[in-house]
Design a protein around this ligand. Structure first.
Ligand code: SER
Ligand code: ZN
Length: 677
């Protein structure tokens, strides 16, 4: 196994930001969370009909509309669509009866409830934006998140409008033998002119961003899954014919994910069919369209002779991620795009925990922390810093970020730690039950966890609204007479764009104490009579706080931020000897790895200084001794040992060195690797 490249979420966010559209001639508009208003109309049902043709596809949309608020016209989104006709309750409208521009179609004076029929033409082969309906390798496919459905037809293209969809696809049978859309196939047939058709029905209301269709000449592998209530679900993976021998791992991963979500969250799949389609041209890693996931083929295709271990793990995690969205994203969705982390943060947390259960938990945690620290911490420290729930955006595609995805996952992880695993399950049960079929906010999520646990997370909510990485400074003092160990802790957070002053965060700091014999001590805080567990969470809520543990013998070493219990930068006052001790003995895999990494950073920074000063480079013996100890420890999980023996990346080192000297960092790291080898 190699050090992970930025996995799943990263691939999604980076790729996505490539295709944001320039609004060159039009003034970009800032959208603000504070301006949110519920929709003035509901759409209860959508019936779509596609006459598929790569050059010109005719889209007929029949919408059952219901007014929710008086006095407002119906303004439908639409992105450069060729409008053919509009009719209300069967009556075609004259051009003067509606208004339109390149982004909208507006209808005034509608009845309280009506059926609207809109016919538009679109041009899939000419659509190179990879949004809306386009062709990839001769096949049709769609990508509608976040606001791309409006490239297909006029619609209330916002996630808080949830409707039931039926979709009919008509296409040339020879060129497009496979016709897929969301939900269950309810009818199909042939036409006289060599075309055929298929009609799909999705019984679950969904926002437009979850719509999908696929049409083409694809091969499929099939399997099944029996749900916990005994229902049989057909599982289909579609790929290009020559890739048919590379789907086995994706299928196994899907079945594992389905079982895990039942066991861990009590979530059962809801349709009779689950489909995955792999396409070569895809902006993101994959997309969780209801019942019809579309994947970038690199997250589906693998065979032992062509794929690495990291590829296998990446596929397992992305397949699971998209599957988990069926509940965290689809059944319960986002009210608006400021709430993106509601589904992404939670779902990344879910896929991380799934991977931890399937593989090595310690290694998984270290890899996830690595992604966070090398990419998200930098985002949080730069001009693009934004909160997990942003307050405003100009282009939503630019907010598919490591902050929304990976820091969002850390925020959910902290909540899970704060209430414990049983409490968290109670909280998510309540969340799914309370909000099934709704479009909600991150605040609703936190409230469900609070309500199920009688907790108060008012201060904790700052993690959603304040950007920046908190910095903790921890000093420790042992009192030999009293046999106590006191931790003094301060927290600060540097200003970020638009947020010059920060309030203290509620930070769960997980700690342990190792005595000189390298055993974990049962922990007892001053004032508590009885010692408890050997690992516990300290609640930091103020700028400065201290905690005193009793019955602590001399020579005890604190192990701080176990499991990386919060997305913070931690500076402590441990000496090199104490750190080498943790590196050799800490029972918490993350903290053990971290101690080794800190010593590696320190050693490397010394080497960078030597390079700048023109001194000859030498291998530090204390470091190589400690390194050798880990190398020789054959009780260690080999995957963990491999990580513990890996040096920090150049990217990560750059966080510690000002000004960043890429050449010196590279040279120092290269020297240390060679010297150790
Ligand atoms: N919603 C997609 C995903 O997270 C794309 O970002 O899988
Ligand atoms: Zn996702």
């Amino acid at each position: 196994m190699t050090f992970p490249e930025p996995i799943a979420g990263m691939a999604r966010s980076y790729a996505h930001s490539l295709h944001h559209e320039s609004t060159m001639s039009e003034t970009p508009q800032t959208i603000r969370l504070a301006d949110y208003r519920p929709p003035a109309y509901a759409i209860d049902h959508v019936d779509l009909h596609f006459a598929l043709d790569p050059e010109t596809t005719r889209v007929t949309s029949r919408l059952k509309i219901r007014r929710l608020r008086e006095g407002e016209p119906l303004r439908l989104d639409g992105h450069y669509l060729e409008l053919i006709s509009v009719a209300v309750d069967g009556r075609p409208l004259e051009t003067g009866e509606y208004q339109r521009d390149n982004h909208s179609l507006t209808l005034a004076d509608l009845p309280d409830a009506c059926e609207l029929e809109i016919i538009t033409d679109i041009h899939p082969a000419a659509n190179t934006s990879l949004g809306g309906l386009y062709t990839s390798g001769g096949n049709f496919c769609t990508q509608c998140e976040a606001e791309e459905f409006r490239k297909i037809t006029h619609y209330l293209d916002r996630p808080d409008v949830m409707a039931r969809f039926t979709t009919t696809l008509v296409a040339d049978k020879a060129g497009y033998p496979v016709l897929l859309s969301n939900g269950n196939l309810i009818a199909s047939g042939e036409l006289d002119d060599g075309r055929h058709w298929a009609k799909w029905e999705d019984p679950f209301p969904k926002p437009s961003y979850l719509f999908a269709l696929v049409a083409g000449d694809l091969a499929r592998i099939e399997d099944t899954f029996t749900t916990m209530s005994g229902r049989r679900v057909d599982l289909h993976i579609y790929v290009q014919h020559h890739n048919i021998d590379k789907c086995e791992h994706a299928m196994r991963s899907l079945q594992k994910a389905m079982r895990w979500d039942e066991e861990t969250y009590g979530r059962e799949y809801d349709l009779d069919l689950y489909m995955i389609v792999a396409v070569d041209d895809f902006n993101m890693g994959a997309m969780e369209n209801k019942g019809l996931n579309v994947f970038n083929s690199r997250y589906v295709l693998a065979r032992p002779d062509t794929a690495t271990d990291a590829d296998y793990l990446g596929i397992e995690s992305v397949i699971a991620h998209e599957y988990f969205h069926n509940w965290s994203g689809n059944r319960v969705t986002c009210r608006d795009w400021f709430q993106l982390s509601l589904k992404e943060g939670f779902t990344v947390f879910r896929d991380q925990e799934f991977s931890a259960d399937m593989n090595s938990r310690g290694v998984q945690r270290i890899q996830d922390v690595n992604v966070l620290r090398t990419h998200q911490f930098r985002e949080d420290a730069g001009p693009m810093a934004h909160p997990v729930r942003p307050d405003s955006y100009v282009e939503i595609n630019n907010f598919y970020t490591v902050t929304v995805y990976n820091k969002g996952a850390e925020v959910v992880r902290m909540l899970a730690h704060l209430v414990g695993s049983e409490g968290f399950r109670k909280g998510t049960d309540l969340y799914f039950e309370r909000h099934d079929g709704q479009a909600v906010t991150t605040d609703d999520f936190v409230r469900a966890i609070e309500d199920a646990n009688n907790a108060d997370f008012s201060q904790f909510r700052l993690w959603y609204s304040q950007a920046g990485t908190p910095q903790l400074k921890v000093s420790h003092r042992h009192d030999t007479g009293q046999q106590t160990l006191t931790l003094n802790i301060t927290q600060t957070c540097a200003p970020t764009p638009g947020q010059s002053k920060k309030q203290p965060f509620h930070i769960p700091l997980t700690v342990g104490l190792l005595n000189a014999e390298s055993n974990d001590l049962p922990l007892c805080l001053e004032g508590e009579g009885v010692p408890g567990t050997t690992t516990r969470v300290l609640h930091l809520r103020e700028a400065t706080q201290s905690f005193t543990f009793t019955d602590v013998p001399a020579g005890t070493v604190p192990s701080l931020l176990r499991g990386f219990s919060a997305p913070v930068k931690l500076e402590d006052d441990l000496g090199d000897e104490q750190r080498y001790f943790l590196m050799a003995h800490d029972s918490d895999p993350f903290s053990r790895w971290e101690a080794g990494q800190k010593m590696a950073v320190k050693t490397l920074m010394g080497l960078v200084d030597d390079i700048h000063a023109g001194r000859p480079l030498q291998l530090d013996e204390a470091f190589s001794d400690a390194f050798a100890r880990t190398l020789a420890d054959d009780r260690l999980d080999p995957a963990f040992a491999a990580l513990a023996l890996g040096l920090p990346t150049e990217n990560y080192l750059a966080e510690f060195i000002q000004p960043i000297g890429p050449q010196a960092i590279h040279e120092a790291r290269d020297f240390l690797r060679r010297a150790l080898a």
